[in-house]
Design a protein around this ligand. Structure first.
Ligand SMILES: CCCCCCCCCCCCCC(=O)SCCNC(=O)CCNC(=O)[C@H](O)C(C)(C)COP(=O)(O)OP(=O)(O)OC[C@H]1O[C@@H](n2cnc3c(N)ncnc32)[C@H](O)[C@@H]1OP(=O)(O)O
Length: 214
């Protein structure tokens, strides 16, 4: 059973095993949303890879402020933006997520492919170590969802960095459910290059939320 709330989400009763999570409706991305997100990603890449003369930067900063001012009137609550729920877009349309494409999403697991970009640089051409847990955690969340398990939160996340993760190189991550024990879903994933070389692997415990848990 669920109830409609004022902001259009549905609050869900205990029996639906969603903890305190509201049920959000999918917000479809319009025809230019993917283009917008990719343009923002280019800006992120350039923001960390350019050294702009002061006089030019003053003008660019003004333009960036103007762009933010144009977007501000359209702010919406969590779950009401196209960002995050459009699986046909890189990173499901979320600027936070790696711009990877989901190629497989079913009870056997999740497979996603893509590249780490300049924005994700750690040092000496390799991806920042902190970006990999973001990728793994998101794949684990999708793996739980694709596996038909209830809304869960990450209890722990363990990553083994097996080799340097290169930028601008097509890579693959595959996640699967290993076992289920009551509220606990144990998941694992492997990040490889297209030749199958293992770059990182990880495992996590995803815990089903109890009624009312945030
Ligand atoms: C197209 C659309 C697709 C959309 C896809 C969506 C993708 C979204 C992707 C986003 C995904 C992002 C996801 C995110 O990033 S979620 C954000 C990161 N995670 C959190 O913020 C979680 C914070 N923690 C909590 O909220 C609570 O601790 C929870 C709710 C998780 C459990 O607190 P609760 O009080 O309810 O439970 P419990 O403490 O009785 O424990 C229960 C059981 O678990 C065992 N246990 C607990 N912790 C550990 C541990 N560290 N190692 C080993 N075991 C552990 C414990 O022993 C017990 O076992 P047992 O005694 O029963 O055997």
């Amino acid at each position: 059973m669920s109830e409609q709330t004022a902001d259009g989400t549905e609050s869900v009763t205990d029996g639906e095993k969603r903890g305190g999570f509201p049920r959000f409706r999918h917000t479809p991305a319009g025809p230019d949303f993917g283009r917008f997100v990719e343009a923002m990603r280019r800006l992120q890449d350039l923001a960390v890879s350019t050294n702009v003369p002061d006089d030019v930067l003053a003008d660019i900063a003004t333009q960036a402020e103007e762009l933010a001012d144009r977007l501000t009137p359209y702010e919406v609550p969590e779950g009401k933006s196209p960002a995050g729920s459009n699986i046909q877009l890189p990173g499901r349309g979320s600027l936070l997520m790696l711009p990877w494409m989901v190629e497989k999403f079913d009870t056997e697991g999740v497979r996603s492919t893509g590249v780490f970009r300049r924005y994700h640089l750690g040092g000496n051409g390799a991806a920042h170590g902190g970006v990999l847990p973001l990728l793994f955690d998101d794949v684990f969340g999708m793996t739980v969802h694709a596996g038909g398990r209830p809304i869960s939160r990450t209890g722990y996340l363990h990553i083994n960095y097996r080799a340097i993760t290169p930028l601008n190189t097509q890579l693959v991550i595959e996640g699967k459910v290993d076992r289920v024990e009551g509220r606990k879903t144990f998941v694992s994933a492997r990040l490889t290059d297209l030749d199958g070389k293992l770059l990182a692997d990880g495992e996590a415990l995803m815990i089903e939320l109890l009624p009312g848990q945030p």
